[in-house]
Design a protein around this ligand. Structure first.
Ligand code: NDP
Length: 335
């Protein structure tokens, strides 16, 4: 097996690369940055024969993966723009997300392609109806879809947060539509994770360039005040999410399914602050005291992470393990 991993030099993609390599599976990482590809390779000398990188263009155009597919028989498509500091949401978030999906699927469906399965990193953003107040006991599953319309997503009056949610929903929809209308020789698995946290294994030049989700968690350690609010109360460790991607690739029965990889444990930044203070002496001095300590997080709805545990065999880290591993790593190596 030779797997193409897009977004391979990003937070989640690099964990997927490492999970595959540890199993002895050969990986081709796609990136826009030859330098980041070289850094990834240099950090993994033991895997040199099984790891190569291909430089692809930005997802401004469709067709950027056509030259990357030689010898590839499976794809994990992680890459998508994930940042909120935008000037034009449609150009920077929505169209690249959709074009990236269209490019990878069309390249994988070309005559002669050996690709049999594509795993897509979608998001809980394409599942959750953020403005609804679900009834008591409600649980989101892979059957639910965010009702956001394309018109609202691209509306210049919408925030980049709304536009990002649209980028993930409409990119995932483009993938399911492609499979339905083109009937390619591969099948599709979509993973819809909520917030992803955990130690980093990708090149991070400095602390200001942490990926979006980890940057918010680190801001708590660094003393942000007031603490960030949560948009969704659910999360997963990046290592567990990588395992879910690889299991979704390897298990034939996963084909055609849409999963939510999510820890059963809700989280909050207050809980993260408690964990940091009780685990690190230095954090007692930096983390704000301007919140109600000692409260376990409470979620107003459930998120079905059980199906991934059962059908993909994923065991979840606790929030405490994830926070401690991440904060320790950043403090020791970047801060
Ligand atoms: P990163 O920003 O660390 O990684 C994103 C990757 O996507 C980068 O490596 C980059 O590749 C690639 N990419 C971004 N924009 C473009 C573009 N315009 N053209 C081509 N490539 C692009 O983010 P994460 O690892 O956190 O996110 C990875 C995926 O997981 C995304 O699809 C995101 O939506 C999804 N996700 C993340 C969550 C989280 O909390 N982190 C939660 C739910 C879903 P390069 O620079 O190497 O070319």
């Amino acid at each position: 097996t030779h797997v193409l991993v897009t977004g391979s030099t990003g937070f989640i993609g690099a964990h997927v690369v490492d999970n595959l390599l540890a199993r002895g599976i050969s990986v081709r990482g796609a990136t826009r940055s030859a330098k980041k590809g070289e850094q990834m390779k240099a950090a993994r000398p033991q895997y040199a024969p099984k790891l190569d990188f291909v430089v692809v263009e930005d997802f401004t155009n469709i067709g950027v993966f056509d030259a990357a597919m030689e010898g590839i028989d499976a794809v994990i498509h992680v890459a998508s723009p994930f940042f909120y500091d935008t000037t034009n949401n449609e150009q920077e978030l929505i169209l690249p997300a959709i074009n990236g999906v269209k490019s990878i699927l069309s390249a994988s469906a070309k005559p002669g392609s050996k690709v049999r399965r594509i795993v897509l990193t979608s998001s809980f953003a394409s599942v959750v109806d953020i403005d609804s107040n679900p009834p008591a006991g409600f649980t989101y599953t892979g059957t639910h879809w965010n009702p956001l319309t394309y018109e609202t997503a691209i509306d210049p009056k919408s925030t980049s947060i709304v536009a990002y949610r649209g980028s993930k929903k409409f990119a995932e929809l483009a993938a399911w539509d492609f499979v339905k209308t083109e009937k390619p020789q591969f099948d599709l698995v979509a993973l819809c994770p909520p917030m992803v946290f955990g130690p980093v294994v990708h090149p991070v030049p400095n602390i200001d360039q942490l990926n979006e989700s980890n940057a918010v968690l680190w801001s708590v350690a660094a003393g942000v005040d007031p603490l960030p609010g949560i948009r969704v109360p659910a999360w997963i460790d990046a290592r567990d999410l990588a395992e879910a991607h690889v299991q979704a690739l390897l298990r034939p029965e996963a084909g055609g399914k849409r999963f939510i990889p999510a820890s059963p444990e809700p989280f909050s930044y207050e809980y993260a602050a408690d964990i940091m203070k009780e685990s690190f002496d230095w954090a007692k001095g930096s983390v704000t005291s301007n919140y109600k300590a000692g409260e376990k997080p409470h979620a107003s709805y459930g998120v079905d992470g059980e199906t991934v545990a059962r059908e993909l065999g994923v065991k979840y880290h606790t929030f405490k393990e994830t926070v401690v591993d991440f904060v320790k790593q950043v403090k020791d190596t970047l801060a």
